[in-house]
Design a protein around this ligand. Structure first.
Ligand code: PLP
Length: 379
């Protein structure tokens, strides 16, 4: 086609979209938790009366040190952030006992997952992940034109032996979420290390520990120490969940320095903003906030479990700040909850059409959910 005949083609918006590669056009968009303001607009409700237990956020809001750090940094926002995240990497490195060059900062840990797929996957490659695992793994895989291998779950959790068996010479990346979202399932450290050790050296293992801080310290894997032994291991964590910074978008990965160097080449130069960086440093310093959040979560999980039991609803054991509950016709129950101003997360898109995922809220929010659920089941 000549340049002249190309430009003479009448292109419609649809035909422009059609120019995107097949693997991009086939992507099913990520479905986020419904924002409070959106439900308020749709149903004419007062946003202040809406309870959102849909996105595994910390219900306590940011801690006082985070608020102060953000206020003190506001004058800086006309300038570009530190693209190298010096202070945050230094704080993380000191805390974790690794070198700053082993840390890659992300616009949320989601960004780090994307960087792994961008750096290591291309069409013809494959990535392995579990059924009912975090939705970003198939999205990040498909966006690169790589094949996603979904390994059937076992008791709703990862079947690590089957995942190992699903690795082929085409496999470049394996994603493991521990604990997993949306199921809350969890593997003890020894099982995870056996799995990591069993992987071929040329497969990148992403161990996604977004909910690590909700585990009791004794249950946490020494996964950062494993990075020294397994150069193909990438451990990701986030400030979005227990640290209470979801809106700021900041997470990180820990890995061999050579792997970090590769991820940094495909990273946007200023992917983590200034307020996120200063808030994350302040949040890391506030161990009490995380400890209190973990204690509140444990109490909230007990409250929800007792409430679900009283309603005769099955629910899964969970190690995170959310719980899956089997409500039968989840789409109907979800609509009835929304009408009562309670937002939870349907998980039909995760292959769990009878379940709802409920994030642990403050005690009064959990009570609102349980009361609304009772009403919804009766309606
Ligand atoms: C929430 C979550 C993340 C990432 O969240 P970010 O806000 O992007 O850090 C990653 N993995 C799992 C399993 C999650 O649930």
């Amino acid at each position: 086609m000549t340049a002249a005949s190309r430009s003479a083609d009448p292109m419609t918006a649809a035909s422009i979209a059609g120019l995107a590669p097949d693997h991009v056009r086939r992507i099913a968009p990520y479905v986020p938790g419904k924002p409070v303001e959106e439900l308020a607009r749709e149903l004419g409700l007062d946003p202040a009366g809406i309870v959102k237990l849909a996105s595994n956020e910390n219900p306590r809001g940011p801690g006082p040190r985070v608020r102060a750090a953000i206020a003190a940094a506001v004058d800086e926002i006309a300038r570009y952030p530190d693209g190298n995240g010096f202070a945050l990497k230094a704080a993380l490195a000191a805390r974790l006992g690794v070198g700053p060059a082993q840390i890659v900062l992300g616009n949320g840990s989601n960004d780090v997952l994307e960087l792994v797929s961008l750096a290591f996957l291309e069409p013809g490659d494959a990535a392995v992940y579990a059924q009912h695992a975090f939705a970003v793994y198939p999205l990040a895989t498909q966006a690169r034109g790589a094949a996603g291998i979904e390994v059937p779950a076992r008791d709703f959790g990862h079947d690590l032996a089957a995942m190992r068996a699903a690795v082929t010479p085409r496999t470049r990346v394996v994603f493991v979420a521990n604990p997993n979202n949306p199921t809350g399932t969890w593997h003890p450290p020894a099982e995870v290390e056996t799995f990591v050790a069993s992987m071929p050296a040329d497969v990148v293992v992403v161990l996604d520990e977004a909910y690590n801080e909700y585990l009791e310290p004794a249950d946490r894997a020494p996964s950062i120490d494993w990075v020294a032994r397994y150069p193909n291991l990438v451990v990701t964590r986030t400030f979005s969940k227990a640290f209470g910074l979801a809106a700021l978008r900041v997470g990180y990965g820990v890995m061999a320095a050579a792997v970090a160097d590769i991820l940094n080449r495909v990273r946007q130069p200023f992917n983590v903003n200034t307020l996120a960086q200063v808030a994350a440093v302040a949040a890391l310093d506030d161990e009490d906030y995380v400890d209190e959040s973990r204690a509140l979560n444990r109490a909230g999980l007990a409250q929800l479990a007792a409430g679900f039991d009283a309603l005769g609803l099955a629910h899964l054991p969970t190690q995170a700040n959310f719980v899956l509950v089997d409500v039968g016709d989840a789409a109907r129950v979800n609509r009835a909850l929304l009408r009562q101003g309670v937002i939870v997360r349907p998980v039909g898109n995760y292959g769990l059409p009878t379940w709802l995922r409920v994030t642990v809220g403050l005690a009064q929010e959990n009570a609102r959910l349980l009361a609304a659920l009772k009403g919804a089941l009766a309606s």
